[in-house]
Design a protein around this ligand. Sequence first.
Ligand SMILES: NC(=O)C1=CN([C@@H]2O[C@H](COP(=O)(O)OP(=O)(O)OC[C@H]3O[C@@H](n4cnc5c(N)ncnc54)[C@H](OP(=O)(O)O)[C@@H]3O)[C@@H](O)[C@H]2O)C=CC1
Ligand SMILES: CC(=O)[C@@H](O)[C@H](O)COP(=O)(O)O
Ligand SMILES: [Mn+2]
Length: 406
Amino acid sequence: MTTTASLKQRKAKAPAPRSVSILGATGSIGTSTIDLLLRQPDRYKVEAITAQRNVEALAKAAIALNAKFAAVAEPDKLSALKDALAGTGISAGAGESAVIEAAARPADWIMASISGAAGLAPTMAAVERGASVAIANKECLVCAGGLFMRRAAARNTTILPVDSEHNALFQAMAAGLRGDVRRLILTASGGPFRTWTADAINAASPEQALKHPNWSMGAKVTIDSATLMNKGLELIEAHHLFQMPAASIDAYVHPQSIVHGIVEFRDGSFIAQLGAPDMRIPISHCLGWPDRIDEPARRLTLEEMSSLTFEAPDLVRFPALRLAREVIEAGGAAPTILNAANEVAVAEFLDRRLGFAAIPALVEATLNEAARTGMVNEPASVEEALAIDKTARSMASALLPVVSKG
Ligand SMILES: NC(=O)C1=CN([C@@H]2O[C@H](COP(=O)(O)OP(=O)(O)OC[C@H]3O[C@@H](n4cnc5c(N)ncnc54)[C@H](OP(=O)(O)O)[C@@H]3O)[C@@H](O)[C@H]2O)C=CC1
Ligand SMILES: CC(=O)[C@@H](O)[C@H](O)COP(=O)(O)O
Ligand SMILES: [Mn+2]
């Protein structure tokens, strides 16, 4: 029976709202995060949200979330953002420094979901602040993973892996002692070209590459899934997040995208995490952690789990995974260079200036050129990582005509 006294007691027990910020609020991960926040408005108060240029969506989200601050990375969008937020009491900022300011504002939990190396400085600002940082932006771990993990440890920052495979491994690993882990297995859908011949892959168009079989995501990560560079980036991401050697991390093609990650223990036990291919599940795991949140997405049925297949990836048609292993082995600046060259290649492919098979070719050519010119040192600061990133982008751009000729 509900009495006034028990109601009062329950009210007294209601936890204080958690303050949260979202970097990359207008993207695929950002909007899924907002969807979860809006379902429990009393549990969260929103400190800051950011975007690159989509002022309309940013302002709409800031108003819906009653955020304190909204920042847009493109400086010339300030007046448009101020106009869109006029009369709401929400402060507006613009430029890279405003995005970093948003990341450094006090929040208990920050979603790092900017796409690409552009997320490095803001995500690091969040890490330096020492909150819980939910990491979707895998590129920042690829660019500067060693530095990133050292700073998180120094600042006592909790890193929560959002990427579906890493979130799965994080969940599965909780079932055993770290020293008992023999191998981490990342699953890969195989992308839209999993069954295509090398010639057909070579001629693939952006429209074909953007049709991911199972996940709805932003353009950059969707192209990465098609080349399997996404799995390469994820291999490097897992290497840093879980401090495991690359030799103990494998990727298997699992076209159903139902098993997201598997941890193999030394006694022959395999512990996997399964779920619908909906990012609201891993996001909610990070948002609620260490508690769980009710029904973030559709529940899988056991029938849907009745046919699960796994196969080794084909490194000839999809060389990106080989390149990722090679850069972990090479260490130093190589992962930062791989990421920068890949970002250039993906943008060129989407603009139809580069063929699909030339994406990994441009990455490989840039890595070779960088090694030849002695670009070897691992970045020791965000500034160094961004300097390597800039030089590698110039190198990749200069190599475009060579790679395009085949
Ligand atoms: N989508 C997914 O399901 C998954 C994504 N990830 C990773 O999460 C990250 C985000 O992916 P996703 O949400 O798909 O990407 P989207 O392209 O959908 O969104 C990117 C977000 O970042 C903002 N942004 C882009 N460039 C900049 C910049 N230079 N400065 C500041 N903000 C910027 C965009 O703003 P604007 O809208 O204004 O352009 C947008 O808010 C990526 O690293 C991806 O690999 C990982 C697992 C799954
Ligand atoms: C949802 C997610 O985590 C993506 O990174 C996903 O992994 C992409 O699918 P692929 O398995 O095709 O790379
Ligand atoms: Mn993933």
